[in-house]
Every structure is written in C-alpha cells, then in structure tokens.
Design a protein around this ligand. Structure first.
Ligand code: GLP
Length: 262
C-alpha cells in the first residue's frame, strides 16, 4: 500500500485527481469506480480542472458508483444516482448511458445486485476505484463485519453511518436504513484502489485501516490485501498514523522506473 500524507484537502484533491487522470489519459475507455460523500469532492474538482483545460476526457469512459440507498426516490437530493449525476456525470462529461448506479428502487434488490456485478464484469472490470472511508472504517457501505469476500448486495446501515450521513438530511430518521453496495470482494477486484480522506474525524479509521490488523471489523483494512492501493490523506486524517515519517521518506525518495517514466 502506498500512503501519501499531504498538508491539506486541496492537495488531497490535486494528487488524487492526478492519479485518476493518469488512468484516463492512458485508456480513454477506462472504467472508473466512483464514491459519493464529501471525501472525493476535492478530487472531482481537480478532475474538472483537467477536463476544462482539455487535458483529459471522460467522454468514452464508463463509471460505476459504489453504492446507493434503498428506497430513496430518484428526485431526492441524496439519491446517489442524482449525486453522481450532479458531481460526476455533468461536470466531468461522462455519457449518462455509460454511468451505472445500483438500483435501490428495484422491486427485486437481490436481482439488481446480481445485475450490477454482471455489468461490472461485462465492462471488463474497474480500472480504478475511488474510495472514501466512513468514521467506522467502512468503504462503500460495507459496514463493520462485512466479509472480505462479499459481493454487491443489500446491507443494513450502521447507526453511526446513519448519524454521520444525517447532515445531508433533515433528520437521522430520514436517512434510509438499507442500501445496495459493492462488496469488499467486488472492490478488491478493481485493478487499482485510491482512497482519499481528510479531517480529524477520519484519523482513527485511517490508522486502523492502514496500520491495524486485517479485520472485517475495519472493512477498509481490506486494502491491505490489494496489490495496488494508494491512500492519500491530509495531515489531520494522518494524525493517528505511526509510520508517517516513513511515508514521507518513501515519497521523497520515490524511485521512478523506466516503464513509469515512459
Ligand atoms: C458514505 C458513502 C461512502 C463514503 C463514506 C464517507 O456514506 N457510502 O462511499 O466514502 O460514507 O463519507 P464522507 O466522504 O461523506 O465522509
């Protein structure tokens, strides 16, 4: 795992955008996995700058969202289908027909989950999966004790997640109880993982995920199993890491190999 500590959220977004832009530039038809929530906002802003400058294009790319609430009408501002449309599809120029979000309104949610897995496979798999992290260590909506082998499925949101996400709703009671989420097994099959986190509220979750034991109790610790995972955090989110000096040293002495430089 590569852990990169930068001063502020602005740099998290800039560096995160550079990682995704490199994938998109090398493969215009790249399949991008997308997170919602506050964490990737600065990264999406960084990508938008590059799209506007004509450096990259997502016109031929495909996208798959990580998760969706069950039962929220599409016109609800917190429906992730709407969030993805407003924060990714429109500003970054994805073609709407090439963006998928799990169908949280499907009459048969299990069938919708199976169809979602099939669609990812049919697209050739996800080239880079953008992730945030919940304060309880979840990724996507894979709450603590989610199996590392799990696939896209219905989950029950943890009370802490509903509390955290209530800032986007009028009250905690309005936060849906269920969701559809890519599983940890699904996420681990992406060719690259890119997790971004900022702020002191994420410090404990980041330390547990990056330096703690591999445990389904901390779903983000699954990143330790992936051969190409990058974690970009600001100083506040890095506050509880123990090996920060090493992460900085490693970054300062990054060895640029011929293949990467070409
Ligand atoms: C949300 C989403 C996740 C997100 C995480 C952190 O509820 N389901 O995809 O990464 O929890 O959210 P935020 O980035 O708003 O802190």
């Amino acid at each position: 795992m590569e852990v990169i500590v930068v001063p502020t959220n602005v740099e998290v977004g800039r560096l995160g955008a550079a990682e995704v832009a490199a994938v998109a530039a090398a493969k215009p038809s790249a399949v991008i996995g997308l997170a919602t929530g506050s964490s990737p906002e600065s990264l999406y802003a960084g990508l938008r700058e590059r799209v506007t400058a004509g450096e990259i294009s997502f016109a031929e790319a495909r996208g798959f969202a990580l998760d969706e609430y069950v039962g929220l009408p599409l016109e609800h501002p917190q429906s992730y289908a709407g969030v993805i449309r407003r924060t990714v599809v429109e500003p970054l120029g994805f073609h709407p027909s090439r963006m998928r979000v799990p169908d949280g309104l499907a009459p048969d949610l299990d069938a919708a989950a199976t169809a979602y897995e099939a669609a990812i496979a049919e697209a050739g798999g996800i080239d880079i999966q953008i992730l945030g992290i919940g304060t309880n260590g979840h990724i996507g909506f894979n709450e603590p004790t989610s199996s590392f082998a799990s696939r896209t499925r219905v989950k029950t949101l943890a009370p802490r997640t509903r509390e955290d996400n209530s800032r986007f709703f009028d009250s905690v009671e309005e936060v849906p109880i269920h969701c559809l989420t890519q599983g940890l097994g699904t996420i681990l099959e992406a060719k690259r993982l890119l997790l971004v986190a900022q702020g002191p509220g994420k410090a404990a979750a980041i330390a547990a995920a990056v330096e703690g034991p591999l445990s389904s109790f901390v779903p983000a610790s699954a990143l330790q199993l992936h051969e190409h995972a990058t974690v970009i955090v600001d100083e506040a989110a890095a506050a509880e890491l123990r090996l920060t000096d090493y992460y900085r040293f490693s970054r300062d002495h990054r060895l640029v190999r011929a293949a990467a430089a070409a």
